[in-house]
Write a protein that binds this ligand. Structure first.
Ligand code: PLP
Ligand code: COI
Length: 362
């Protein structure tokens, strides 16, 4: 099937004024400020990918029988464009997001968008909406997604799909930025079971996590921690981030990829950075009981959440139905801070890109 699509450009006739945009970029938070454009590509069985467009961002018109509204056949990605000190713009490992998007599509019975179209869509959007990238610590969060759009109520993979990329000017994901976050361990609800869709980035996984996230918020926590669905014992990941543990011997542990957690691109990057800094990284099961005991004994020194939205954020307090505990001096420490700085400096073009992770767009 041909992938040699060119994007038709339909620039916004009345984009947000420079003054209004500047006001929205002062304190954008996360996921509420959107740019002027979006990129769309359509897929129809028998015809393949077609109608690639850069167009004004606008509400969609969907038939009420559109398959996604009933059976949730939907996947998404998340990555950021960063402004560099010399005025350029970089994407961080977009090819890895393209590959994960294909894997998510395969698991959900959807067509696989060729990587060059996925990355091409990102580059088109970043170029046309470059003025929406905030300065300072901010970035442009890119949200490619695809959903089933056949008008049919039969339960089967759709014959039509719409791929869209939108962009949001963002600051920090967590409001209390420099501090450690608190997490609530969900012992009643699980996120993903063996054979399920845990390793795919599909909207359904997040729908399944929301009640547990609401519990976390009700307990005064920032994020929910999920345990494995079989034994309800092993720490898997947070609602929207992977997790690492740092021990007094300098080693790191992170739960292994086994099909029930999302293979985070930040997780993969942290493993590389830590190993190249001479730290031992173990991908092994780690239980809630061990977490509590190691925090009490001092064997566990630091813990952190990592992901595109959160970068690297220390975890300080852990709450659960069986009591609360805290880590060391509140969670943060030199290993977490060192890895965060190493990662962010590469993402923002301040440190040499030894791994060929950064893709310059402008
Ligand atoms: N786990 C979940 C459930 C997520 O939603 C995310 C965010 O994308 C991650 C982990 C981290 O993935 P990444 O580092 O690729 O952003
Ligand atoms: C991301 O970090 O990109 C995520 O997807 C986490 C959350 C915002 C869904």
């Amino acid at each position: 099937m041909t992938t040699a699509l060119t994007f038709t450009h339909l620039p916004h006739p009345a984009p947000v004024s420079a003054e209004d945009r500047a006001a929205r970029l002062v304190d954008p938070g996360f996921g509420r400020v959107f740019t002027d454009h979006m990129v769309t590509i359509r897929y129809t069985e028998g015809r393949g990918w077609h109608d690639a467009k850069v167009e004004p961002r606008a509400p969609l018109s969907l038939d009420p029988a559109s398959a996604v509204l009933h059976y949730a056949q939907e996947i998404f990605e998340g990555l950021k464009a960063y402004r560099t000190d010399d005025g350029g713009v970089c994407l961080f490992r977009p090819e890895a997001n393209a590959a994960r998007f294909r894997l998510s599509a395969r698991r959900m019975g959807m067509p696989e968008l060729p990587d060059e179209l996925f990355v091409g869509a990102l580059e088109e959007l970043v170029r046309i909406d470059r003025d929406w990238i905030p300065g300072g610590d901010g970035s442009l969060y890119l949200r490619p997604f695809m959903f089933a759009n056949e008008v049919f109520l039969g339960v089967k993979p759709s014959s039509e799909y719409l791929f869209i990329t939108i962009a949001s000017s963002v600051g920090q994901y967590f409001k209390n930025k420099a501090e450690a976050v608190s997490v609530w361990v969900s012992q009643d609800y699980t996120r993903a079971a063996p054979g399920g869709t845990g390793a795919a980035k599909c909207g359904g996984n997040y729908a399944a996590s929301l009640l547990a996230q609401a519990e976390a918020i009700a307990h005064g926590c920032d994020q929910v921690v999920f345990l494995d669905a079989v034994e309800r014992r092993w720490v898997e990941e947070l609602g929207g981030m992977n997790v690492f543990f740092v021990f007094d011997d300098g080693s790191l542990t992170t739960p292994p990829l086994g099909g029930t957690i999302l293979p985070g691109i930040t997780r993969d990057s942290i493993i590389r950075l830590a190993q190249d800094a001479g730290l031992e990284v173990r991908e092994r099961p780690y239980s809630l009981d061990d977490w509590r005991a190691d925090a009490a004994s001092g064997h566990l020194r630091e813990a952190f959440a990592c992901g595109t939205a959160a970068a690297v954020t220390p975890i300080g307090t852990i709450k659960s139905g069986q009591g609360d505990f805290t880590i060391g001096n509140g969670g943060s420490g030199s290993v977490t801070q060192g890895l965060r700085t190493a990662l962010v400096d590469i993402q923002r073009g301040r440190a040499p890109d030894r791994y060929n992770w950064v893709r310059r767009v402008i």
